[in-house]
Design a protein around this ligand. Structure first.
Ligand SMILES: Cc1cc2nc3c(=O)[nH]c(=O)nc-3n(C[C@H](O)[C@H](O)[C@H](O)COP(=O)(O)OP(=O)(O)OC[C@H]3O[C@@H](n4cnc5c(N)ncnc54)[C@H](O)[C@@H]3O)c2cc1C
Length: 272
């Protein structure tokens, strides 16, 4: 199959090309798109790439963190300012995949992939999406609810407020094959406190539903409490509420539900 590659200098031109043609895909690092081509299951005939600097910019020195959609996992790992995302970035594939895999591509990666997205969901990121003249910012929860419709646009960047405190953001990917197996389940949690009470808690799961999800019952159980055993037990008791995990080659839905509370408790008690 012959595929056309178009390169644009501006986000506006690139997004116009993607929006206007349903057989066109935006090319990130190509770890999924090029694999689809090699396996002859590609449903596109044109790939669009863009050299606009906004896609590869990282701004992370202050209280807000902005990462261009074209930034790779390897680049995240090379930045000390992005240390809070290192465990998530390191969990994506092996070194060759991480050298190509981008933040933007991870936002669209189907299960069992999308590990970085779980971290971004727990961090309450906003996604900058361009489908016309200028980008607009969408909460990541909203972006994921309507992910397919955004594949006809260009994601420019993700942005979030840096969590206060070293251990106030935690990430865990459970896999049967180490060090680079796909996720059995993934958990990320933003656990900031105010006067030693947890506030604005966000907990996200990967592979516990068809798309990355918030663990709303867990968040309610933790909110306003202290990060101690009794609170964690309450959270673990409702860990699987609202989940509809898949049964796949890695594990059954039953198994995922059974082990989720154990891993959630370890993460919350910092026993990882
Ligand atoms: C061997 C292997 C192992 C892997 N292991 C993992 C893993 O452990 N964890 C994990 O999360 N993933 C894994 N992946 C999946 C994949 O590598 C990552 O999810 C990666 O982040 C996808 O990014 P990409 O830039 O390569 O995407 P691409 O292949 O370039 O694109 C994927 C999709 O995203 C769209 N897209 C990309 N960038 C943008 C943008 N800026 N705007 C709009 N649309 C965009 C594309 O159009 C396409 O639909 C693995 C893949 C392989 C081949």
């Amino acid at each position: 199959m012959t595929v056309r590659l178009q390169t644009f200098e501006t986000l506006r031109d690139a997004s116009t090309a993607v929006v206007g043609d349903s057989s066109t895909r935006f090319l990130g690092g190509g770890t999924l798109l090029v694999r689809a081509l090699n396996e002859e299951v590609a449903d596109f005939s044109t790939l669009v790439r863009c050299t606009d600097r906004a896609l590869t910019e990282v701004r992370a020195s202050g209280s807000r963190v902005r990462i261009g959609a074209g930034v790779t996992m390897t680049r995240i790992l090379a930045s000390s300012e992005l240390a809070l995302l290192h465990s998530a970035a390191r969990s994506v594939g092996g070194p060759a995949v991480r050298a190509q895999a981008t933040v933007g591509g991870n936002l669209f990666a189907p299960p069992p992939y999308g590990d970085l997205v779980v971290a971004l969901l727990a961090l309450g990121a906003r996604v900058s999406v361009q489908s016309g003249f200028s980008p607009r910012e969408i909460a990541i929860d909203e972006f994921l609810r309507d992910r397919d419709s955004h594949s006809r646009a260009v994601v420019v960047a993700v942005e979030f407020a840096r969590p206060r405190g070293e251990r106030s953001f935690r990430f865990l990917k459970v896999s049967k094959v180490r060090p680079k197996g796909v996720s059995l389940l993934t958990i990320a949690a933003r656990l900031e406190d105010s006067a030693r009470r947890l506030s604005s808690v966000r907990v996200a799961y990967g592979n516990m539903a068809p798309a990355p999800m918030r663990a709303a019952a867990v968040e309610r159980a933790l909110e306003g409490g202290r990060l101690e055993r009794s609170t964690v037990e309450e959270a673990a008791a409702v860990a699987a509420d609202g989940c509809s995990p898949p049964t796949d080659a890695i594990a059954s839905a039953w198994y995922r539900r059974e082990v989720l509370p154990v891993h959630l408790s370890r993460l919350l008690l910092d026993q990882g």
